[in-house]
Design a binder for this molecule. Structure first.
Ligand code: IPM
Ligand code: MG
Length: 359
């Protein structure tokens, strides 16, 4: 049966990178038997401009009906003065919450061709293959109470709440352990259990969950140490499982190990494996519209979509092989350029990957 993909380009470079994703999917549809149809929708600033809300009802309805969602990026400086409740980021957070996409997978893989694009020494990063499992619908991002209030003294006070229930911790723990079973069977749970009660519970629950996975080795690390270890010796990690905010921060950090934030895809899954797929980078307003953004994180997100939501693992591998092939050809967008390679535009990179799909 034809699978329905909702395409949400969003803002900034979202438009450009999503065009490349669709190019690749269309090629797979034309030549490799992929049975999909596209629907388009607005989210983020683009939706705010038209409807006065970053997540219109129509987008949400389509997202619920779709088999998978492909998202570009949201946000732009012109929206920063808006009330936080209607900022572009709320569109993305609303989709994650409404669709219950609690499990966010962010693989950081070092392509051997890009070892010299990383700011870290080749011996530190070559062969790197980490999976960050970020809790995505709870924690301080969504905790209540939250807000900015004025105290009796007239001074203002900002406040947010870090809260996790046992069941929320259990389900993200299971996601991480299930993935570890298909990898190197090591899970490092990252918390701040020395200071925050909420993550003290996080640690206790992870230890409980681990009992169902006797083959997996569980370790724990405080987030400050984890941030340090990621740049000191990143290859010690297999699967990292962590809270919403720590995962946000550590995944940006991990992306730079691989040379560029333009290389990291992500999958956000619900309990049934339905998902939304997006590069982990933002809308990059500084380079939007210039046709220089790296589309590879998005194309690798398409591969994750084919694997996790559309039951087409061989087509997912086909995209990953094609990405490898264009890197072998020495083609690079500006963010991953290193001496001796050739700089190409966003669309040229997309064309090259599309052409390499045939191989
Ligand atoms: C990410 C982004 C988002 C987040 C923003 C755009 C709301 O940084 O997906 O990592 O903080 O989750
Ligand atoms: Mg982020």
């Amino acid at each position: 049966m034809t699978k329905k993909i909702l395409v949400l380009p969003g803002d900034g470079i979202g438009q450009e990178i999503m065009a490349e994703a669709v190019k690749v999917l269309e090629k797979l549809r034309a030549n490799h038997g992929l049975d999909v149809e596209f629907e388009w929708g607005l989210v983020g600033g683009a939706a705010y401009d038209k409807y006065g809300t970053p997540l219109p009802e129509e987008t949400l309805t389509r997202a619920k009906a779709a088999d998978a969602i492909l998202l570009g990026a949201v946000g732009a400086p012109k929206y920063e003065s808006l009330d936080i409740s209607v900022r572009p980021e709320k569109g993305l957070l609303g989709l994650r919450a409404e669709l219950k996409l609690f499990s966010n997978l962010r693989p950081a893989i070092m392509y051997p061709q890009l070892v010299h694009a990383s700011t870290l020494k080749p011996e530190v990063v070559s062969g790197l293959d980490i999976m960050i499992v970020r809790e995505l619908t709870g924690g301080i991002y969504f905790g209540k109470p939250r807000g900015i209030r004025t105290l009796e003294t007239g001074e203002r006070e900002g406040f947010n709440t870090l809260v996790y229930s046992e069941s929320e911790i259990q389900r993200i723990g299971r996601s991480a352990f299930d993935i570890a079973m298909k990898r190197n069977k090591r899970v490092c749970s990252v918390d701040k259990a020395n200071v925050l009660e909420c993550t003290e519970l996080w640690r206790e629950v992870m230890i409980e969950v681990a009992k169902d996975y006797p083959e997996v080795k569980l370790s724990h690390m405080y987030v400050d140490n984890a941030a340090m270890q990621l740049v000191r010796a990143p290859k010690q990690f297999d699967v990292i499982v962590t809270t919403n905010m720590f995962g946000d921060i550590l995944s940006d950090e991990a992306s730079m190990l691989t040379g560029s934030i333009g290389m990291l895809p992500s999958a956000s899954l619900d309990a049934k494996g339905k998902g939304m797929y997006e590069p982990i980078h933002g809308s990059a307003p500084d380079i939007a519209g210039k046709n220089i953004a790296n589309p590879l994180a998005t194309l690798l997100s398409v591969a994750m979509m084919l694997r996790y939501s559309l039951n087409a693992p061989s087509l997912a591998s086909r995209i990953e092989r094609a990405v490898n092939a264009v890197l072998d050809q020495g083609l690079r967008t500006a963010d991953i350029y290193s001496e001796g390679t050739k700089t190409v535009s966003t669309s040229e990179m997309g064309d090259a990957v599309t052409a390499a799909l045939a191989a």
